[in-house]
Design a protein around this ligand. Sequence first.
Ligand SMILES: Nc1nc2c(ncn2[C@@H]2O[C@H](COP(=O)(O)OP(=O)(O)O)[C@@H](O)[C@H]2O)c(=O)[nH]1
Ligand SMILES: [Mg+2]
Length: 300
Amino acid sequence: MPRTGHIALAGAPNVGKSSLLNALVGAHLAIVSPKAQATRLPVVGLRTEGDTQFVFHDLPGLLEPAYLMQARMRAMAVEALGRMDLILHLHPAPDAPAPSFAEVAGLTSVPSAQVLTVYTKADLVAEGRREELAPAGLVVSASTGDGVELLLSRVREGLPERDFAYDPEDVGTQELRFFVVEYLREAAFELLGDELPYSFNAEVEEFREAERPVYIRVTLFVERESQKGIVIGRGGRTIGALGAHARARVEALLGLPVYLDSWVKVLPNWRRNPAALTRFGFPEPNPVAAAARPPGQESS
Ligand SMILES: Nc1nc2c(ncn2[C@@H]2O[C@H](COP(=O)(O)OP(=O)(O)O)[C@@H](O)[C@H]2O)c(=O)[nH]1
Ligand SMILES: [Mg+2]
């Protein structure tokens, strides 16, 4: 009987969730940044090996929301946790030991799925320390691949016997449009300084997959007029670099040449605007998920 199930990569911001997802599936699906909270929406990665199909969910960092987008991000992550067969609680090995998952995630009730502690960034600690940590959790490095095989075998044991839900050849489940936006945001985190990436978003307006090169037209969004010039850059240099980064990643995923056409628009305060958030894929939480939010936290 085949085995398959849903596995969360969860934890605080910046612990290496997205890097581990990419290492587990062998493709750059989830965007990675040294800046916190690059991941906003869950990214699903598949790995199929023999009789096992792993469905990994890279969830946004479980932080206290400071404004509406973060409140919706959190609600989606908490809601996703309720659907998992197994939860991997990621915590950086240099900061071991990990606190309890419920504490980190600010959950009032313990999730029903089993939680395994995974110590990440193992390459940043000495071998002796890795051996000390091994009894308390799985010790992995997304950078070197160390511990990944052992992690997979432990995860496999926790998955139910069930038929595969996805094509064994697939690495992802989300549409290409989603990844176009993600890769543009990844470039923004890399190229646009410390604050602007958080005001940045993108939307695919047109996608002509039958054309060669594949034609993709995107709108880039910022929150203030003053940010528009920064995104465009002198002589269009910055917007060109953003597009080049995203185009290379999309081409790698699609295996086809891509032409990316980008325009910038101001959408004032979109991160606090319910309609804009819904349009960008952050739906209003359903009442059950909202109730799971820790008490005393309000969206502003
Ligand atoms: N040295 C090292 N750095 C890592 C590793 N995994 C992630 N990082 C770095 O940690 C930062 C946050 O990683 P990311 O995957 O975006 O974390 P997330 O916010 O939990 O998704 C990035 O700068 C990564 O390059 C690892 O295994 N070793
Ligand atoms: Mg991430």
